[in-house]
Design a protein around this ligand. Structure first.
Ligand code: GMT
Length: 380
């Protein structure tokens, strides 16, 4: 198959899933074309059957805003037509699904029928997508996709609650490539960071308000009072300065490291003892799954689709949103007993295997094939 992939090329969850999925399809011998405004952050390998088509900004003095959607649609038309793509997979509905509809309509006038798959990732539905300014466009473009997937049952249900959906939605979970995500012995690195055997707690996010990253700092503050520990804050985003200020105010700057955006997530998780995900909204929680794949138990909220990944009392614990005291208590419970910690580590790893990429990619393949068949029916 020749597959077009449209996504946000950043470290955000939807971009990571889109890129890793594209790489998996390429490994299976398909030809994959990324159509994005930058080279995707996780596209760090060279493969002869992976192509990158950059969407360049179109600037003109008349425009207050660059017409990104128009240039993206133009690029989609160009790539589908000239590379003879079989399917176009867009990740994150806004604006990719409506732009794909535009490209599909243009191509139809030229006798080309391209199946469009839309994957819903989370905030495109639960936060911004349902805003009245955007919702008619989101609803229309979901209903006019040839195949739709959501990354959790929670997100599928939320899509039905927020929109009038006439199209079947497949639930296809986020996934882990265990060939890539393997625990490595980084004990020398751990010794440098935590020379006295301190526990390492880790939070990874884009530091947006929905992540409640300040709760991670307050949980750490409570844990630190009874267990010698350090906190990694990995990622970057609009709340970073506020978070750094909190660290200064509570006098724990020396124990909390802001590491910024990181490519080597696996190495940092390999030396982590506990992962903190205190989000107020999370359709799945890919960051938690990546932690679990490296045997790191998760302290999280019970928001959205997180309970479909983190199992209470088994792979970690779930608390109400904002209940820092409960999350702190649970973190201390896991970290204060070595054999209990090891059991949680083993459970987390076992649960992560349910999301092995080998099980997930065939589900996308089946979705593509159904959409291609459907479009062939339209052509006849
Ligand atoms: O929240 C993020 O980190 C970014 C966001 C995105 O779309 O880039 O992530 C969403 O998609 C991920 C991949 O499917 C999910 O694992 C995240 O749970 C989801 N984030 C939210 O729902 C807030």
């Amino acid at each position: 198959m020749k597959i077009g992939v449209v996504c946000y090329p950043t470290f955000g969850g939807s971009g990571v899933v889109a890129t890793e999925l594209g790489i998996q399809f390429a490994k299976r011998g398909h030809e994959v074309h990324f159509i994005t405004y930058e080279r995707p952050a996780r596209l760090d390998v060279f493969m002869s059957n992976v192509y990158f088509h950059e969407v360049l900004p179109f600037k003109y003095s008349l425009f207050k805003y660059t017409p990104y959607e128009t240039t993206l649609a133009g690029r989609m038309v160009d790539v589908v037509k000239n590379e003879k793509l079989d399917v176009l997979h867009v990740h994150y509905a806004i604006p990719h699904a409506s732009v794909a509809f535009m490209a599909k309509s243009i191509l139809k006038t030229q006798g080309i029928e391209i199946p469009v798959i839309t994957t819903l990732h989370g905030t495109d539905i639960t936060l911004i997508g349902k805003d009245p300014a955007l919702s008619p466009v989101v609803e229309f473009s979901i209903n006019n996709s040839d195949g739709v997937s959501a990354v959790s049952h929670f997100l599928k249900d939320a899509t039905h609650q927020n929109f009038n959906i006439t199209r079947e939605i497949d639930v296809i979970y986020n996934f882990i490539d265990f060939e890539k995500f393997q625990k490595t012995d980084k004990s020398h690195f751990k010794k440098a960071i935590a020379p006295n055997g301190e526990k390492i707690l880790t939070h990874i996010s884009n530091f947006r308000s929905v992540k409640r990253a300040e709760d991670a700092i307050f949980i750490f503050k409570n844990v630190y009072q009874s267990i010698p520990s350090k906190l990694f804050m990995i990622g970057d985003g609009p709340e970073r300065s506020k978070l750094e200020k909190i660290c200064r105010e509570i006098g724990l700057c020396h124990e909390i490291r802001f590491l910024g955006k990181q490519g080597a997530i696996g190495e940092l998780l390999s030396i982590s003892d506990l992962f903190l995900l205190p989000s107020s909204n999370e359709s799945f929680g890919l960051a938690a799954l990546e932690a679990m794949a490296l045997e790191v138990p998760v302290i999280s909220t019970n928001a959205g689709g997180i309970p479909e990944v983190n199992v209470h009392g088994e792979t970690g614990y779930l608390s109400e949103i904002g209940d820092v005291e409960d999350m702190s208590k649970n973190a201390i419970h896991i970290l204060s007993d070595e054999s209990r910690h090891q059991q949680f580590r083993a459970n987390a790893f076992k649960k992560a295997q349910e999301f092995n990429v080998q099980k997930i990619v065939p589900q996308y393949e089946a979705l593509y094939e159904r959409a291609i068949e459907r479009c062939k029916g339209v052509m006849v």
